[in-house]
Design a protein around this ligand. Sequence first.
Ligand SMILES: [Zn+2]
Ligand SMILES: [Zn+2]
Length: 330
Amino acid sequence: MLLDMFTDEFSAAQGWLFEHVVEPVVFNIGLGGYVEDAFDATGWLLVGLIQIAVLVAVIGPLQRWRPVDPVTDRAAIRTDILYTLVHRLGLFRLVMFFALQPFFDGVVGPMRTAGWAGWQLDAAWPGVTDIPWVSFLMYLVVLDFVDYWVHRGQHGFHWWWSLHALHHSQRQMTMWSDNRNHLLDDVLRDAIIVLVAQLIGVAPGQFIALVAITQLSESLQHANLRLSFGTLGERLWISPRFHRLHHSIGIGHESQAPQPSKPAPLGGHNFGVLLPWWDMLFRTANFENRYDPTGIRDQVEPDAKGRVRDYGRGFWSQQWLGLMRLAGRA
Ligand SMILES: [Zn+2]
Ligand SMILES: [Zn+2]
């Protein structure tokens, strides 16, 4: 009932935004042939605008109410805001669309026309799993499970960690830090999630809603906010406390420099994205109520030559240094 009401309101707002803003722009720059894709993109843009409104109006005041760290580095926060805008307002998605659409047209298209339609997970138990909210929850759990293993991969392979380290190099964590990632890392993770979603039959509208909830929850988890959900709540949904521990120097993740010749142990805690269950199941959960400094050990502890690692300050230097780490040159 409430879900239907929200869906109606959302569609109306999407129609308005498309008609008055997006459609004129699309025609003006000569991309009229993409008008249907532009309508879908408007849905994502609207989700992003709602998210940013929630960040500013709700999560921001929470951060000022119970901060963990004093704000000492506003420039570092501004870089994270840039990451958030690039992602949530659709710039990243737009580039992905034009870069990956030929691939999908060339590979997935022929598979579809050949009669391959993937699985429909919601058809598993007719009358139950095809109830909209049941299928929604089912897809949420499945995709969250995939996300957990993607994140384990980001910490488990040295080459992948060399990219993911950028996410962990923020020492001044805030609600803007979720999208602070290497773009190559984003492409990999998104490609895996989109592929799995298509394989198990997530409908486009459901997919947008799942991504919207995931992103909003992730923004909250990264907030500079002293907040735990209590003994039971902590085991139902991931809190700012839970995810901050994953970012903590020493206990959240291991942070040795990637050395192909001598692999350092990569471990850590709290890899989950929405549900803490996978961490509980695979024994990586840590429910200690503590708030340690965040970052990576090699940022604060000099190596044998007395140097600490530089992960970059601005967007481009962070992206560049990520590629250099991947190539073993930084
Ligand atoms: Zn991580
Ligand atoms: Zn994080």
